[in-house]
Write a protein that binds this ligand. Structure first.
Ligand SMILES: *Cc1c(COP(=O)(O)O)cnc(C)c1O
Length: 467
């Protein structure tokens, strides 16, 4: 967030906690640096108390991000916090671990070794998408110039479903690209394959397929998209490559539906990103991007950092950051292996299916995603539900019971549909899901008997669902 000088809350000073050993009551300024140091214990408690009412992370069904890791992983990561991921020379073993992870992910995504794939860790999918997008832009320019297209005559564009995550809008604004959003296909809630080629021209740097749209968890038909582009590229003056934004599906689908074709097995896929901190099961922030081959990552985008007396190529927007998330990713890969990830994700999927079953049973909801692919449950109130309450009221009721569950409108052209979404993660265990189901039944009962004040139709609100 960007903060302004007038964003200060009313209480500009902290009081020492009641159990403090300090006898005098100190007032600690919050918007200017305190003059004197405080002892570590006091500050620890002070800040811990300040953060107390933020809700239980495991009850937060709004986020795709990991909210629980094993004790050994957490310990290992906290012991490695000081390692700077960019200092390849000082921490060569850490650099080696990053390379192990890239190779593991590339093989999980079936990158053909013959094409010399390459990849890197990032802070998250947002950075990875920026890197992927920049590579698409540079490659497009080279292809378009070679084909005699006047590259300055028009802004280059990127084609994506209207259900894109906000990072693509950032990419478009920051790097001066026209974002061409294809309205959602009502039948599939993904990229509309009947319309997508209408948005493509000689200025298109690439098309993005999304493996798990943030709004609904539904998959774009990436295999279908690949077939369309394969045909288009046979006669195109400037060919159009495919990038897959697999922020949530990239470390889920290969374990649960290995036969689904969405990755480098498809001929037009040149790069794929994922968030290690979503279904890669690592705390935020780590992401990954892999390019199918060296020729898809233009040389001018690669910068060298020193490494053991020589240099090592890197591609990143950020420079310094802790390596502990990379180490956490490696821990999970070693600890769970393919079978472990498969078991964990399959259990999460069972939980999602259980919850969508409970929701369906109530009779009030129309399911948009029952969790049978990505374990995301997404539903709207049926038009004939004949209730006075809205999904926003239901979110509020569930929040009273501690659950954070977002309600928001879908993107164009379905923006008159209000949905509610449960993102199921590994730490939403079956027992917890049963409690959630019980709380839901109670909330519905309460709402049906509540005195609901309705003076106007509920306005569309947006709550934190984008991650
Ligand atoms: C979450 C998400 C992103 C952004 O990922 P971060 O790792 O939070 O930066 C991008 N695309 C999609 C489809 C997402 O779901």
């Amino acid at each position: 967030m960007l903060y302004k000088s007038d964003d200060k809350s009313k209480h500009t000073e902290l009081q020492l906690p009641g159990f403090s050993t300090e006898l005098e009551t100190l007032e600690i300024p919050q918007y200017t640096l305190p003059q004197k140091p405080l002892d570590a214990q006091t500050v620890y408690h002070l800040i811990k108390d300040e953060l107390l009412d933020e809700g239980v992370a495991r009850h937060n069904l709004a986020t795709f991000c990991q909210t629980s890791m094993e004790e050994e992983a957490t310990r290992l990561m906290s012991e490695m916090l000081e390692k700077n991921a960019i200092d390849k020379s000082e921490y060569p073993r850490t650099a080696e671990i990053e390379s192990h992870c890239v190779n593991m992910i590339a093989s999980l995504w079936n990158a053909p070794a013959s094409e010399n794939y390459l990849g890197t860790s990032t802070v998250g999918s947002s950075e990875a998408c920026m890197l992927g997008g920049i590579a698409l832009k540079f490659n497009w320019r080279a292809r378009a110039e070679a084909a005699g297209v006047a590259v300055q005559a028009q802004k280059p564009n990127l084609v994506i479903s209207a259900g894109y995550q906000v990072c693509w809008e950032k990419f478009a604004v920051y790097f001066d690209i026209e974002l061409r959003a294809v309205p959602l296909d009502e039948a599939h809630l993904g990229l509309d394959l009947r319309a997508v080629l209408d948005y493509v021209d000689d200025y298109t740097i690439g098309v993005v397929g999304i493996l798990g749209q943030t709004y609904t968890g539904c998959y774009d038909d990436i295999q279908g998209l690949n077939a369309l582009l394969e045909t288009y590229n046979q006669t195109a003056q400037v060919s159009v490559p495919l990038h897959v934004d697999a922020a949530s599906g990239g470390l889920f689908t290969p374990f649960v539906e290995p036969e689904r074709l969405w990755d480098f097995r498809l001929s037009q896929v040149v790069s794929i990103n994922t968030s290690g901190h979503k279904y890669g099961l690592v705390y935020p922030g780590v992401g990954w991007i892999v390019w199918r081959g060296e020729r898809y990552l233009p040389k001018e985008l690669i910068f060298n950092v020193s490494y053991l007396g020589g240099t090592m190529p890197t591609m990143a927007i950020n420079f310094s950051r802790s390596a502990s998330q990379i180490i956490g990713q490696y821990y999970n890969f070693l600890r769970f292996g393919f079978e472990g990830y498969r078991r964990i994700h399959t259990n999460t999927q069972k939980v999602a299916l259980f919850l969508s079953g409970v929701l369906a049973e109530t009779g009030y909801f129309r399911l948009y995603n029952d969790g049978s692919h990505l374990p995301v449950v997404c539903f709207a109130l049926k038009e004939d539900a004949e209730v006075l309450w809205s999904l926003y009221d239901l979110s509020d009721r569930m929040q009273m019971k501690g659950w954070q569950i977002p309600t928001y409108p879908l993107p164009a052209a379905l923006d008159d549909v209000i949905i509610q979404r449960y993102v199921c993660r590994a730490d939403l265990e079956y027992n917890m899901a049963e409690e959630l189901a019980e709380d839901l039944r109670q909330a519905l009962e309460e709402l049906n008997h509540a005195h609901v004040l309705r003076t106007a139709p509920p306005t569309n609100k947006i709550s934190g669902f984008t991650h």
